[in-house]
Write a protein that binds this ligand. Structure first.
Ligand code: 4NP
Length: 159
């Protein structure tokens, strides 16, 4: 889960997807990073991100902002950008490690092909964080549906 600062949107995305996966017994490694976080590396999530997450019974307070690195393409099967500017940064930073088949805008899971952004709440007040949380939460439901459940073809039935 990648945004600019790794303090507002992507920490919520990390917490949300990690929690949904855990509740389904999926052993997914979920992490988040920022593409433009020179000022925020090492910081905990923004206090509004922490607050909104805790209203949804998620504790994201122990997360720590880090920079997105090209090697993230070696470590992860999917890389979700919160917005188009972040996707452009990911391409620029990853250079030859960039893998388009692993990368997408997170809201394309909810609205395929529409290339919508999760609006950056950084410049606004608390309501923007609720909006971002709800969009990310719905997109994560789709990610779980897509990758978290055995396909009918693979499911084993016993009578
Ligand atoms: P985020 O929000 O990308 O959702 O973490 C931002 C946080 C900080 C800045 C920009 C966006 N900043 O310019 O410091």
């Amino acid at each position: 889960m990648v945004c600019l600062g790794n303090i507002c949107r992507s920490p919520m995305a990390e917490g949300i997807l990690e929690n949904k996966a855990k509740n389904l017994g999926l052993s997914w490694m979920v992490d988040s990073a920022g593409t433009n976080n020179a000022y925020h590396i090492g910081e905990a999530p923004h206090h509004f991100s922490q607050k909104i997450a805790s209203l949804h019974n998620l504790d994201i307070s122990t997360q720590c902002a880090r920079a997105f690195v090209p090697e993230d393409f070696d470590r992860f099967d999917k890389i979700y950008a919160m917005s188009g500017d972040v996707l452009a940064d990911i391409k620029r930073i990853a250079r030859r490690k960039f893998d388009a088949s692993k990368t997408d805008l997170i809201l394309n899971e909810l609205h395929p092909g529409e290339n919508r952004d999760v609006p950056d709440p950084w410049f606004g007040d608390e309501p923007g964080y609720h909006v971002a949380y709800d969009m990310i939460d719905r997109a994560c439901d789709m990610i779980i549906q897509k990758f978290g459940q055995p396909s009918t073809a693979n499911r084993q039935f016993s009578l």
